[in-house]
Design a binder for this molecule. Structure first.
Ligand code: GCU
Length: 683
């Protein structure tokens, strides 16, 4: 039985309001060829199938459908880059040529974006040809959505935007309209793959692979029209759970045969299926360790099942001991992924991509990059990010993540190759490309993302996966230009600086009032929202700060600590090894120092903790004032409900930030007995 569960709310159009499409819809246009994405392009423009290109001011086509340059009104055809598009502007027309149908559709959305940005900047694109190719072949969003509501984690694990757009009442929704709207939004950012279920695969969700395939196919049909492939998270124990076998040993031929026939059935239902996403031997999920096998054995067995169909295994590197004894200071969770996976470099099949979280711990607002990314030159790697703001404010705080993501992607881990080039396979290591994946922040909320401004994170993820050299400010401009495309020119000119004021430095501000100097966590156990300085200090999760009366931080040096710093290539291993050269913002990640330790800024550690928490909360005043400055535009440029939600979130953010500030400041005063030299109140 399927349920409808359509909720009678007006869903916010996010970055594709009608006003953004209107300038193109007014033009005589033609879309050549057919196929799911070209048909979508045609529907977007309202172009009739037979429209002639002769009088069209806008032409959209896949390059393979273009017979001669003259047939699209050009004198010569550009070299369309693989997976990308060309936009050719002449005096009287704009021609969008995609490498294929999906690329043509993305090219059309690129024109929508350019038109909106031109309105914001006042600079119209002139005649000429713009070529655009995706930097990352894999540009994927992972949904941690459960089909059945999980007793602890709910419908969407780490979801802060209501229920799932895919599932309700233990079933795949009958009405997939929201999924279609979502696919459209993603196509406009360049995203090309979606994982539709939680990496923690519970009993109901495991069955998507078998008796749920009809529903999976319905979801795939929707995404196909937007050039997006779907992946399933699968349980490594599926042969036992679903197949009645007594083992899931990857080297057991019966197990391999079960997976091969499972894959055959999936591809019979979904011919363009992407593949499997696997969380194995991680936080209680089953995996090859139970059989004494390696993760390469496990991943390669699944890869063999998918290979005849062209599918890919996305195998997660998030493997660590989550039942650690807090008394044991030698076990270091930060080391775990490298220790497990680096020795396996070169042993994964070529349709396996190892998906690595950006940091060695768990999506904290500040961590070093994972050294695994530099340690596996013969393995396809994907960087995993978190758009859902589990540890970055849970969509109650404004936290525009693009500056951080850009920093990760541009980081030169071995001093030479950027992370973006490593995962794109262009870094000279020899491994073919992986890409970028991120946990989605979307739910069935009226604004998609709970906090309306968190839409910008979803938008920015797709754009930076396409091109990591875009600046966070330019991406925000794009998002503003599109989202507020309906605003009158002078109003738009006011919305822009106000939103930059609210969002540009928001991630740093969040970092400012939460856990200090890279030490991480200090969050409420379980929910991970709100402060609890010692919440995880005596837990089995391996996330400690070791604060005592004299100092704080984790010694991860090679000389005296866990040796994690030694997992980095030069120059970072030396940089992080020494208290003198370790960047301030990561000091407590790598070192245990006395409170009196003087930072590069000239302040002691404890005074920095006091000052930065208080300063960050003070900074919220500017944010609130900036939003308030738009009050007279509410009801015109800014929808009433949008404003109401933002205000509600800003109030909540302030209350939470004050709580963070006061708990962290008071904690360190009580621990250290060192007075706050600024004289500000501690409790
Ligand atoms: C975090 C998060 C979990 C999630 C896990 C993962 O630990 O809190 O909810 O399952 O990451 O990435 O697998």
């Amino acid at each position: 039985m399927t349920h409808d569960n359509a909720v009678a709310v007006t869903v916010h159009p996010a970055w594709l309001p009608d006003a953004a499409l209107a300038p193109l819809r007014e033009l005589p246009s033609a879309v050549l060829g057919s196929g799911p994405c070209l048909d979508t392009a045609r529907a977007e423009l309202g172009a009739s199938p037979s429209a002639s290109t002769a009088d069209a001011a806008l032409v959209v086509a896949a390059v393979s459908d273009v017979g001669s340059p003259a047939s699209v009104g050009l004198t010569q055809l550009p070299e369309v880059p693989a997976g990308g598009h060309a936009i050719v502007r002449t005096a009287d027309r704009t021609v969008v040529l995609g490498a294929d149908g999906p690329a043509a559709l993305r090219g059309l959305y690129a024109v929508v974006r350019e038109v909106a940005v031109a309105r914001l900047s006042g600079v119209a694109p002139g005649p000429g040809t713009v070529l655009s190719a995706p930097e990352q072949p894999l540009r994927m969003l992972d949904h941690w959505d459960n089909v059945a509501v999980h007793p602890v984690m709910g419908q969407v694990e780490r979801g802060y935007s209501g229920g799932s757009i895919f599932y309700a009442d233990g079933e795949v929704r009958a009405d997939l309209t929201r999924v279609r709207d979502y696919a459209r939004l993603l196509a406009a950012t360049g995203v090309e793959a979606v994982g539709i279920n939680n990496v923690n695969v519970h009993a109901r969700e495991a069955r998507l692979l078998t008796d749920g395939l009809g529903d999976v196919a319905r979801i795939a049909d929707v995404f196909r029209g937007y050039g997006i492939r779907i992946f399933l998270s699968v349980s490594f124990a599926s042969p036992r759970l679903l197949g009645g076998l007594d083992s899931a040993d990857p080297l057991d031929p019966d197990v391999a045969a079960w997976w091969a026939s499972a894959a055959d059935r999936v591809y019979a239902a979904v011919p363009d299926f992407g593949g499997f996403l696997v969380k194995a031997d991680s936080e209680g999920q089953p995996g090859p360790f139970a059989y004494g096998r390696s993760h390469a054995d496990g991943a390669n067995m699944l890869a063999a099942a998918l290979r005849p169909h062209g599918g890919t295994v996305l195998w997660r590197a998030f493997v660590y001991n989550h039942r650690q004894d807090w008394r044991d200071r030698r076990t270091d969770r930060a080391r775990a992924a490298y220790d497990h996976f680096a020795p396996l470099d070169g042993t994964f099949d070529d349709n396996v991509v190892l998906q690595v979280k950006h940091g060695p711990m768990d999506f904290q607002v500040r961590e070093p990059l994972s050294p695994v990314l530099a340690a596996m030159p013969r393995t396809r790697l994907a960087l995993e990010l978190q758009v859902t703001q589990e540890y970055t404010g849970q969509q109650r705080h404004v936290c525009y993540l693009a500056p951080a993501w850009r920093e990760y992607l541009g980081f030169r881990l071995d001093g030479a190759r950027s992370v973006a080039s490593i995962v794109a396979g262009a870094g000279g290591g020899g491994a073919p490309a992986g890409g970028v994946a991120a946990v989605s922040n979307v739910g069935d909320d009226e604004f998609w993302t709970g906090h309306p401004l968190a839409q910008a994170n979803l938008y920015a993820f797709g754009r930076l996966a396409w091109d990591s050299t875009l600046t966070a400010e330019d991406v925000l401009d794009e998002w503003i230009a599109l989202t507020f495309a309906g605003a009158a020119g002078p109003d738009l000119a006011r919305v822009r600086p106000a939103l930059h004021e609210v969002m540009d430095g928001s991630c740093q501000r969040y970092e400012g009032y939460t856990a200090p100097l890279g030490v991480g966590f200090m969050v409420t156990p379980g929910t991970h929202g709100g402060p609890s300085v010692d919440g995880y200090e005596y837990s089995p999760w391996g996330t400690y700060h070791f604060a005592d009366r004299d100092g704080i931080g984790v010694d991860r040096s090679s000389a005296t600590g866990t040796g994690f710093a030694g997992q980095f290539p030069s120059p970072w291993r030396e940089t992080y090894e020494s208290v003198e050269t370790c960047p301030d913002e990561l000091l407590l990640f790598f070192h245990h120092v006395p409170y009196s330790h003087v930072l590069g800024s000239g302040k002691t550690v404890v005074q920095h903790i006091y000052d930065s928490r208080a300063d960050a909360v003070e900074g919220l005043g500017g944010v609130e004032a900036a939003w308030e400055s738009l009050a007279d535009l509410v009801g015109s440029a800014v929808p009433v409900a949008f404003d109401a939600r933002v205000r509600e979130r800003l109030d909540g953010q302030r209350a939470s930030a004050v709580e963070w500030r006061d708990q962290v400041r008071s904690y360190f005063w009580r621990k250290s007995g060192v007075k706050d030299a600024s004289g500000r109140v501690v409790y």
